[in-house]
Design a protein around this ligand. Structure first.
Ligand SMILES: Cc1cc2nc3c(=O)[nH]c(=O)nc-3n(C[C@H](O)[C@H](O)[C@H](O)COP(=O)(O)OP(=O)(O)OC[C@H]3O[C@@H](n4cnc5c(N)ncnc54)[C@H](O)[C@@H]3O)c2cc1C
Length: 549
């Protein structure tokens, strides 16, 4: 007799693509139509991937295979056969190749929300990032040799980004890896690539290094594609060890040592830091969407639990205190998702722009910083509280809910911490004035709102935010206020996009939550028990009647 996983996980029958009604409305808002593969992916994730990922996390984590039986040095990571299979199956859904071949990153980004497992999806994010960089900045001969390997259907390659070094994760300019040009070929040497996810499974990586004679700091950084094997077949770099981590267990994160490793320069030498940041934007959007996606899975599971568990003579979902929490979390989650999807759309639309870039790219980058911060904060709040809703069981490692929380916590750290998102945002504001574009665009959206009360609240909030941000920017230390600015812009932009999506798409689900979000975060209105009627708009998570169409 086999274990029935639905005894451990109540959401096993969910189709995360088709059944997620707010997602459907928001995808229509950004003009994205999921295809049959994506619908199938939504079912695959609940029916197959979550169980496998949970098992890998607990019992079958990746191992470094350091030596062959004859004593030869290996730099490979051993994944369980089922782990390899699910990665291949997720690739079969087109989570990487569809976007790389079409040049439209939305398919990849949306699949990130659906998969959202920080470990499993990290492997695919890094692969998409590598392929994105090769496609956009690789020479035609480099593309000819390697790009097709990343979109291969039978045996696709995996990618990685080796940026962070022991002395500098946030501070990329502190990187000490050196690149030397030797007869037209580049050799990279550096022993401190300290956080290298996909190390040991990646077939090639995007690596930051400083060419000999280049300027100090971030300006001197160049970006290279470094295959895992040299032309002759021997290993091109070594993997020193794998990290022991709180979450993201399924992705091996290692330390990489480069020693005269063959590399191929991407783009132009003096523009490396721009490429590095652009490539990072791909994973920052993935990160924002994954954060919202994990939050959704946790909330969905907690909601189903709350509909089944009783205390004090009624289902816990019927207790006003708990119902209120659900409504507020749902509103925050939908707002974070709306903002992240809008960022994904803008980045995808601007992805042909190259340094020094046009405004569409700067605008997309601005949204990316704001969305990554907001989604990682909201996601962590939601997963933490979803655990609490499940009471003591939420804290047990026997059920996937605690894994959702562990996996969520990394989303505010990797690809640049929240402080770094704030600093990058400030730089964009000072150098490019991108916030003015945001204000103009948000004001245009607010102008078409037909609900007088909401319109008034959004107009006032936008004006207030504008004045507060200006005050902070003109202060003696705008840096001090960096995260206040990030959060203030996040709240107002997310509210306006969510409200606009709700009126563009009609229906009750987004409408109720847009109103809840605006009342709570923009209008500063205290919650009243009247909002409890909005809990009907959550019933879709437990097979209830869809009320939004
Ligand atoms: C599981 C995992 C996987 C990872 N995978 C990869 C990978 O595949 N490739 C890769 O390149 N990197 C990877 N990273 C590294 C990750 O991107 C870095 O850890 C992150 O960017 C922070 O860098 P750091 O750890 O060096 O911290 P530091 O840069 O030392 O920062 C420490 C603290 O100081 C703060 N800080 C730094 N500078 C400032 C400032 N000017 N103002 C205010 N606060 C500041 C930071 O916000 C942070 O809170 C991974 C990390 C983790 C945890």
């Amino acid at each position: 007799m086999q274990l029935d996983f639905s005894e451990l996980f109540l959401s096993g029958d969910v189709n995360y693509a088709r059944d997620d009604l707010p997602l459907g409305a928001l995808l229509r808002y950004i003009g994205f139509t999921p295809d049959d593969d994506m619908e199938e992916l939504g079912r695959y994730i609940s029916g197959r991937m979550i169980e496998a990922a949970f098992y890998i996390d607990r019992y079958a984590r990746p191992q470094l295979a350091a030596r062959g039986v004859l004593g030869n040095r290996l730099n490979s990571v051993w994944l369980s056969p089922d782990h390899r299979r699910i990665l291949q199956e997720l690739q079969d859904f087109g989570t990487v190749w569809k976007s790389i071949e079409s040049g439209d990153m939305k398919y990849h980004f949306v699949s990130g929300y659906l998969i959202s497992d920080s470990g499993i999806f990290c492997t695919l994010t890094l692969t998409a990032q590598t392929a994105y960089a090769l496609r956009k900045y690789g020479s035609s001969s480099l593309k000819g040799s390697y790009l097709g390997r990343y979109t291969d259907r039978e045996n696709p390659w995996y990618g990685a980004t080796y940026y962070s070094e022991t002395q500098g994760g946030s501070d990329l300019g502190a990187g000490e890896t050196k690149a030397v040009e030797d007869g037209g070929a580049w050799k990279l040497t550096g022993h401190e690539k300290y956080f290298a996810s996909n190390a040991g499974i990646a077939d090639g990586a995007i690596v930051t290094a400083r060419p000999e004679g280049a300027a100090a700091g971030a300006k001197g950084i160049a970006v290279f594609f470094v295959p895992a094997k040299r032309e002759g077949g021997e290993d091109n770099y070594s993997v020193r060890r794998l990290k022991d981590k709180l979450g993201t267990i399924s992705v091996p994160t290692g330390e990489v040592e480069l020693e005269d490793s063959e590399g191929f320069l991407l783009g132009e030498r003096g523009k490396g830091i721009y490429y590095a940041m652009e490539i990072l934007s791909v994973s920052r959007i993935d990160d924002a969407l994954a954060a919202a996606g994990i939050g959704r899975k946790a909330l969905w599971e907690a909601y189903r639990f709350a509909c089944r568990r009783s205390a004090f003579g009624r289902r816990i979902i019927e207790h006003p205190l708990l119902a209120r929490d659900f409504i507020e979390m749902e509103a925050d989650l939908e707002a974070a998702l709306a903002l992240s999807l809008v960022a994904a759309k803008h980045f995808s639309d601007s992805s042909e722009s190259v340094p020094p870039y046009d405004d569409s790219y700067h605008f997309a980058r601005m949204l990316t910083h704001i969305a990554k911060n907001m989604a990682s904060e909201v996601g962590a709040e939601v997963t933490k509280y979803a655990m609490e809703i499940m009471g003591g069981r939420g804290f047990l490692s026997e059920y996937p809910i605690e894994k959702f929380h562990r996996d969520e916590l990394v989303t505010s750290i990797w690809e640049g911490t929240s402080n770094i998102q704030a600093l990058d945002l400030l730089e964009l504001m000072v150098k490019k004035g991108t916030h003015e574009l945001l204000y103009t665009s948000l004001a245009q959206i607010v102008a078409r709102c037909n609900d007088r009360e909401l319109k008034d609240a959004m107009e006032k909030a936008l004006e207030r935010t504008r004045a507060e941000v200006a005050r902070m920017m003109q202060s003696a230390s705008p840096e001090f206020y960096g995260k206040d600015i990030l959060r203030a812009l996040g709240s107002v932009a997310a509210a306006i996009y969510l409200q606009d999506a709700s009126s563009a798409q009609g229906g009750d689900v987004l409408k109720d939550m847009a109103r809840t979000y605006i009342e709570r975060h923009l209008a500063g209105k205290s919650a009243s028990p009247d909002i409890l009627s909005r809990s009907a708009g959550l019933e879709w998570m437990d097979g209830g009647k869809a009320t939004h169409e």
